[in-house]
Design a protein around this ligand. Structure first.
Ligand code: 5GP
Ligand code: ZN
Length: 115
């Protein structure tokens, strides 16, 4: 049984108490469309377990699974060759709003430069 936090929005999305536009699920990963997309394609790939942020990870196995899922979804959605961006916001300065680890898969159109 995965550890969940009852007051966490993303845990409620994983348990499907709160609806989302799911695109992928397996034993450890859940992926769904962002409610407020910043590009034509904007998906959130999250661990089913309630892990808060990158710096809390004891190993990086789940991170590999998240990135692999994002990469596979990009292929499925045919944005892999045109390109996409993966983003993990960690903490206040990065503007992390939801305290449940998540990777943004953003693409489907030309993205603004980070520079
Ligand atoms: P953060 O800023 O924490 O990296 O990203 C959180 C993301 O979660 C934001 O892009 C925001 O639009 C998305 N989000 C917040 N609440 C919901 C929700 O209820 N459903 C979905 N699908 N996305 C949400
Ligand atoms: Zn959670």
């Amino acid at each position: 049984m995965k550890k969940i936090n009852e007051s966490c929005l993303f845990c409620s999305i994983v348990s499907e108490e709160i609806p989302s536009q799911k695109i992928y699920s397996d034993d450890s990963i859940y992926a769904f469309y962002d409610i407020n997309p910043v590009a034509k394609t904007h998906i959130l790939v999250i661990p089913k377990e309630h892990l808060i942020k990158l710096s809390d990870l004891k190993n990086y196995e789940i991170l590999g699974q998240m990135i692999n899922t994002a990469s596979q979804l990009a292929k499925k959605l045919k944005i892999s060759s045109s390109g996409y961006r993966l983003v993990i916001n960690q903490g206040n300065d990065a503007g992390q709003e939801i305290e449940h680890l998540h990777c943004h898969l953003i693409g489907g159109n030309k993205l603004s430069s980070l520079k």
